[in-house]
Design a protein around this ligand. Structure first.
Ligand code: CO
Length: 433
């Protein structure tokens, strides 16, 4: 990494700005724009000549580089990550009020650690649909002022909480307060409309979510860790986009490097834009449409997909939750994830390829396997590998506090991941096996 310091600063800025999947895609597209990528649209005809391109479908994005007509020869070198993070999302009606306070209802998205959303200063972001001049317009909104809070019940009113644990009912206990009764602003919809200087009647609907307004920060005695919301999985998104952006300065021979950032991983990927959708297969189809069908399948047989997502670091306070023969450390290098029940897509072949690429470039790596008596999490790896039938490897970097509103990972790991992805996108993994 030429300048690790500035890489970390760029990562922190990316995390702070990407408070919703739509904002993550917007941030990523701005990075690619500055590197000379061309945005193309699904409802246009595609000029398939050489160049660097990206296409956006809501909160998902696919980017790639075609150097010349021979690029398909060795297939695609794909990195995939996800733009969404577990959080709390707004409902369609926002009229609640109780005991002198204005509130609104929320729904959990994915599996957030609910307690981590209490007593935080919360902002809101996402997209609004506005009616203007007889048409519906989508606009992104991001409010980083602390406009609401979910207050925890005082211990005097909940004496057993430290012994018996905190039980939160999402319907009753996660309603934020945002204003006093009797104030000028009637409903939260009025407040949202005021933020975009539109009348409340023109505000039709929204996909909005809360975020902790505290910025990403380096912590630890040697500033060696990064504390931020959405580390899972914006760190992987940022590494992937940085890696493909830097490739435009070099010519990639006989290979199409590609980066896929998918929405909806945290809720199972089944949506029009998620990893289980036809987004990636349709892009592959269009990129290979001028070739013979057999050329397409020959290319896919040589392709690989790196599915990058957060990995569990071994927690020092809960050693019993980990397989001690597969310890994972923060700043310990690329984590290769294995699971014999296909919760991760990595095969022996994929593992060996990643190890070889790391070894030949002096990059550290670690092997993760879940405890055999616990259910294992999953990623977009198995979904995409099943859709395309290509060798897929689940990797990531270690983190603590996964699915907290504020997670923790190693600063060095984030740089390493970027470097690793750069090497992979340039050369692929299949060499001589
Ligand atoms: Co994840």
């Amino acid at each position: 990494m030429e300048n690790p310091q500035s890489h970390t600063l760029q990562l922190m800025e990316f995390m702070d700005n990407s408070t919703s999947p739509y904002h993550a895609v917007k941030e990523a597209s701005e990075i690619l724009d500055t590197a000379g990528f061309n945005r193309i649209y699904e409802d246009h005809d595609w000029d398939l000549s050489a160049g660097a391109f990206y296409v956006i479908r809501d909160g998902s994005m696919i980017s790639w580089i075609v150097s010349d007509a021979t690029s398909l020869g060795n297939g695609f070198a794909i990195v995939a990550a996800h733009t969404d993070s577990p959080n709390l999302r707004l409902k369609p009606v926002l009229t609640g009020e109780k005991f002198g306070l204005k509130q609104f209802g929320l729904e959990t998205y994915g599996s957030p650690l609910l307690n981590t959303w209490l007593d935080r200063d919360l902002g809101i972001s996402g997209r609004l649909i506005i009616s203007k001049n007889d048409s519906l317009i989508e606009t992104l909104v991001q409010i980083n002022d602390p406009i609401c809070r979910i207050p925890q019940l005082a211990i005097h009113l909940d004496r057993t909480v430290n012994d018996e644990g905190l039980i939160l009912n999402p319907q009753n206990h996660l309603r934020p307060i945002w204003n006093d009764l009797g104030s000028v602003m009637e409903t939260f919809k009025d407040f949202l409309a005021s933020q975009i200087s539109e009348p409340a009647t023109s505000l039709k609907s929204w996909d909005l979510m809360l975020h902790d307004v505290q910025s990403a920060t380096r912590i630890g005695a040697e500033n060696q860790w990064l504390s931020s919301g959405r580390i899972d999985n914006l760190v992987s998104c940022h590494s992937a986009i940085t890696a493909i952006k830097d490739l435009t300065e070099q010519k990639v021979q006989n290979r199409i490097p590609m980066v896929c950032l998918f929405n909806h991983e945290e809720v199972g990927s089944t949506s029009a834009t998620g990893a289980a959708s036809n987004f990636l297969p349709s892009v592959v189809e269009r990129l290979t449409s001028q070739h013979k069908t057999s050329d397409k399948y020959r290319a896919l047989s040589k392709s690989t997909l790196l599915s990058a997502d957060g990995a569990h670091a071994t927690h020092p306070n809960y050693p019993e939750k980990h397989d001690i023969e597969h310890q994972i450390s923060l700043n310990g290098g690329i984590v290769i994830k294995r699971n014999n029940n296909e919760r991760y897509a990595t095969t022996a072949t994929g593992q060996a390829f990643v190890q070889t690429l790391c070894d030949s470039n002096g990059l550290p790596y670690q092997l993760f396997s879940n405890r055999s008596d616990m259910n294992c999490g999953s990623t977009i790896g198995p979904v995409t590998s099943a859709l395309l039938g290509i060798e897929t490897i689940d990797i990531g970097i270690a983190q603590l506090s996964m699915h907290s509103s504020r997670e923790l990972c190693g600063v060095e790991d984030a740089e390493l991941l970027t470097l690793f992805m750069k090497l992979y996108l340039k050369s692929g993994l299949f060499s001589n096996l």
